[in-house]
Design a protein around this ligand. Structure first.
Ligand code: ADP
Ligand code: MG
Length: 493
């Protein structure tokens, strides 16, 4: 069986070694629609024993069987086929993503299209992996082979569920790895649906396994398992630190894409309308549940008051509502836990700064984990709402006086995932680009993300890069081969 629709709520098992399997303990957990607060699925809850079974399957598929014999072309075709299946089912997948996360349907549609594009990109890249010939002396030949790193444990968050799965699965498959994916416990449904495509796409059993469950049980068991060669993680900095410590015991390779408190910097000479839009889009897209959210809005003093006013006026027009309605610009937060977490920051913010708009639950809405888009202004960069990642629709607007001050404030954060600068002056724009300590910088925009370009952070936003050739590199080992061309004995003894 795959998945079944029973009385409105579906049920899903773990996908291990090409088969659907219940948890060994028999336990399940509920998955919710955050706009109605209703249960939409029951999912098998993996613990250490289930994770062990999945790792064994991935290990066996990596060490023997048809997968190690698959050519780069074969692996590329698997990825193209997965992309095709995702495109064929994109409407249903977008709807499921929308219902499970609460994100607006229009954004979910973009996400699913990006998922297919990601599989296509790495399908093409699979056949472009090459080694080097190294310039050693004439009596020898040295070259490098690129080989898959092995079994990859992949732990992903709930804000872009299927897209985060694609960013990790696609390069791993292109490289020839096998995978154990653990989706976020809040949002496993779209990845599980895609497991139904694996066989038809040509994936042998055990190449991609999916275990459902909580971080403290399923996630931590995956990180500790000696059969796993690499952990790729996207999530909170707090969990990133736990993962690095645990992975040290088996010296796994680790890549981390963690949180941020990214500065979105507006100079007085920026294009006014584009800037006001960009400030709002940068922080309120996907309800602000974005690791690269432009949650610190730095505005030059000359335009500061007018800018806060203009943002506030425009923010009034952001349409909150049911995520499946096409006019909706913001849906609910993903879970009760996240709603409570962001609500507590709203209370902190009201004490630390002035509130331009928002600050709580929208009045007209009954059920669902909705929070208003909230703009705090006159915020000190040392305030908690400026330093801590909130992961919700909460903006801190901070004034600055001139370029050096902007750079100083922008970099005064433990994080370094992203940043943006808005100005018509190209000299200033590129000076700021070079000064910001972050992995992704946008000029006169914020958030566009392409599979062809690298993604990842400086400082406590993690290490390693996803997407582009950089993303594939993280799933490859380098083997150096030395060939002696000189037939005379070494003559050592
Ligand atoms: P949030 O708190 O917003 O849910 P997390 O960083 O906790 O963000 O979650 C991101 C992913 O990390 C999820 O898949 C979650 O299950 C997983 N996770 C949480 N705690 C751990 C842990 N101790 N070890 C491994 N994975 C974890
Ligand atoms: Mg957590």
């Amino acid at each position: 069986m795959s998945s079944s629709a029973t009385a409105g709520a579906r049920s899903y098992q773990n996908f291990v070694n090409g088969k659907w399997q219940g948890a060994i303990s028999g336990k399940t957990f509920p998955v919710y629609d955050p706009s109605t607060e209703e249960i939409i699925a029951q999912v098998a809850a993996a613990d250490g024993a289930d994770v062990d079974r999945a790792v064994q399957a991935a290990r066996a598929a990596f060490d023997s069987g048809p997968w190690p014999l698959a050519t780069a072309q074969d692996r590329g075709r698997v990825l193209f086929k997965l992309a095709e299946k995702i495109r064929q089912n994109s409407a249903a997948l977008a709807e499921l993503e929308c219902r499970n996360t609460g994100k607006p349907i229009v954004e979910a549609e973009y996400d699913i299209a990006d998922v297919a594009t990601c599989f296509e990109y790495y399908g093409g890249l699979a056949t472009k992996v090459t080694g080097h010939v190294n310039p050693v002396p004439a009596n020898a030949l040295s070259f490098t082979l690129r080989e898959p790193v092995g079994v990859a444990g992949q732990i992903i968050p709930w804000n872009y569920p299927l897209l985060m799965a694609a960013w990790k699965l696609a390069p791993a498959i292109a490289a020839g790895c096998t995978c154990v994916l653990k989706p976020a416990e809040q949002t496993p449904l779209t990845a599980l649906e895609c497991a139904n495509y694996f066989e038809e796409a040509g994936l042998p059993p055990g190449v991609i396994n999916i275990v459902n469950g909580f971080g403290e049980t399923a996630g931590s068991a995956l990180v500790a398992h000696p059969g796993v060669d690499k952990i790729a993680f996207t999530g909170s900095a707090a969990v990133g630190k736990i993962i690095v410590k645990s992975a040290a015991d088996t010296l796994k390779r680790v890549t981390l894409e963690l949180g941020g408190k990214s500065p979105n910097v507006f100079f007085a000479d920026a294009d006014w309308e584009a800037a006001v839009d960009g400030a709002l889009f940068g922080v309120f897209i996907n309800q602000g549940e974005v690791c690269s959210a432009g949650s610190r809005i730095l505005v030059e003093k000359k335009i500061y008051s007018k800018f806060v006013e203009a943002m506030t006026e425009k923010a009034k027009r952001i349409k909150l509502g049911p995520p499946l309605e096409r006019e909706t610009k913001m849906g609910p937060l993903v879970s009760k836990e996240q709603y409570d977490r962001v609500s507590s920051y709203l209370e902190i913010g009201k004490k630390e700064a002035k509130t331009a708009i928002g600050g709580g639950r929208p009045k007209q809405i009954g059920k669902g984990y909705y929070l208003e888009p909230t703009i705090f202004y006159d915020v000190d960069n040392n305030a908690r709402i400026s330093r801590e990642e909130i992961f919700g629709p909460v903006a801190s607007v901070i004034p600055f006086e001139g370029e050096p001050d902007a750079i100083r404030i922008a970099n005064d954060t433990p994080y370094g995932l992203a940043g943006a600068v808005w100005t018509r002056d190209i000299y200033k724009a590129f000076r700021v680009v070079k000064s910001l300590r972050a992995g992704i910088i946008w000029v006169n925009h914020m958030q566009p993300t392409y599979v062809e370009a690298p993604w990842g952070g400086y400082k406590q936003s993690g290490f390693g890069r996803e997407l582009g050739p950089w993303g594939l590199e993280e799933y490859l080992e380098t083997k150096q081969v030395f060939v002696n061309l000189d037939e005379t004995p070494i003559g050592w003894y």
